[in-house]
Design a protein around this ligand. Structure first.
Ligand SMILES: Nc1ncnc2c1ncn2[C@@H]1O[C@H](COP(=O)(O)OP(=O)(O)O)[C@@H](O)[C@H]1O
Ligand SMILES: [Mg+2]
Length: 333
């Protein structure tokens, strides 16, 4: 696979504050990469550096298709960008907003018209081309912002939390729409998000960040199943953090096996609480002090199928044996 974008040793300080601390990763052509991490970890700063809107410290290097672009101005990097706030011009209608960048490039009128219509059809909003931003919903505005970025036929796309200002339903729809569009156009994309579900469902590759550093890089499956650090385990999905004889371990709620009867490795627990979650039940199992594993609150979170809860007549106070398969226990030193 070809390395399209290479981020090498990127550091950024604001005064004494370190916003990015030796960041290294690469993005392949046509790949969809998510920068995922809590607020303040440096995601936007990194995206702005990639765009050339912010200058990294000396020693940082960025390569685009093998050519160093660390100090190149934004106009020489050929990207499209979409921000969390839709950032449309309020005095221009949807059509004019999309045409804006094309006009700046002094393209012929006919070509501008063709490109705007094509962009509008990509996002299925031909019918609202004459509306002004104030007459559009949040989801529609964000799709116009996306069309505006794509109309310039950029060689890559940068998205900074493009969905986080939208309400839940719109967010889910647009999530799929963006991913489909990205695949259809084959456009290399970097999206910043603090939403782990968004990253898991959309990305080919996730770069998990915390405190100005990268914690882990991997596919959604790798990150979820084998979180390299306790931070990643805790930040992505639900996890049980266990300690056993001084070692610290993580296991996902759906990997724990439940039985009514004692087995070789089963540990005895009591059901403290259970929550119906629609597709499954979440059990909160109380560990007694004698078992070899401890959790911070001595509760084990276990997700099991609804049928199993019915079959075993599980309720508050039931005694259950929990088994933790070695293959799904991730150990930290
Ligand atoms: N221009 C700036 N001057 C000083 N500090 C900044 C500046 N831009 C960002 N920061 C700080 O850098 C850290 C990372 O910010 P940012 O990249 O926006 O985080 P994220 O996008 O992950 O929420 C934050 O603590 C923020 O306050
Ligand atoms: Mg940000």
């Amino acid at each position: 696979m070809m390395e399209f974008l290479t981020i090498q040793n990127v550091t950024k300080t604001f005064g004494h504050f370190v916003a990015l601390d030796h960041i290294n990763f690469s993005v392949n052509k046509k790949e969809f990469v998510c920068l995922l991490g809590p607020s303040g970890c440096g995601k936007t700063t990194l995206l702005r550096i990639i765009a050339g809107l912010e200058e990294p410290n000396i020693g940082s290097k960025i390569f685009l298709e093998g050519k160093e672009i660390t100090t190149a101005p934004p106009s020489k990097r050929n990207f499209g960008i979409v921000f969390q706030s839709y950032a449309l011009f309020p005095n221009l209608n949807a059509y004019q907003n999309i045409a804006y960048g094309l006009k700046n490039k002094k393209l012929p009128k006919k070509e501008i018209d063709e490109r705007v219509r094509e962009a509008l059809s990509l996002i299925h909003l031909e019918h609202i081309k004459d509306r002004y931003p104030a007459q559009l919903s949040g989801g529609q505005q964000q799709r116009i912002a996306l069309a505006r970025a794509l109309a310039l036929s950029p060689s890559f796309l940068l998205l900074d939390e493009p969905l986080s200002a939208l309400d839940a339903k719109v967010r889910l729809n647009l999530r799929m729409e963006i991913r489909k569009l990205q695949e259809k156009l084959g456009i290399t994309t970097i999206m910043v998000t603090h939403d782990q579900e968004e990253a898991l469902t959309m990305a080919d590759k996730i770069v998990v960040m915390n405190n100005a550093q990268i914690e882990q890089i991997g596919t959604p499956q790798e990150i979820y199943e084998y979180p390299k650090t306790p931070f990643v385990a805790d930040f992505i999905g639900t996890v049980n953090m266990l300690s056993k004889e001084g070692a610290s371990m993580a296991i996902r709620p759906e990997q724990i096996q439940i039985a009514e009867v004692q087995s070789e490795h089963g540990i005895q627990t009591v059901v403290k609480d259970l929550e119906f979650r629609g597709a499954f039940y979440r059990l909160f199992l109380q560990l007694n002090e004698k078992v070899p594993y401890q959790t911070p609150d001595n509760l084990l979170v276990v997700d099991i199928p609804v049928q199993l809860v019915r079959k075993l007549h599980i309720q508050k106070g039931s005694i259950l044996f929990a088994e933790m398969p070695q293959s799904h226990l991730v150990t930290y030193v």
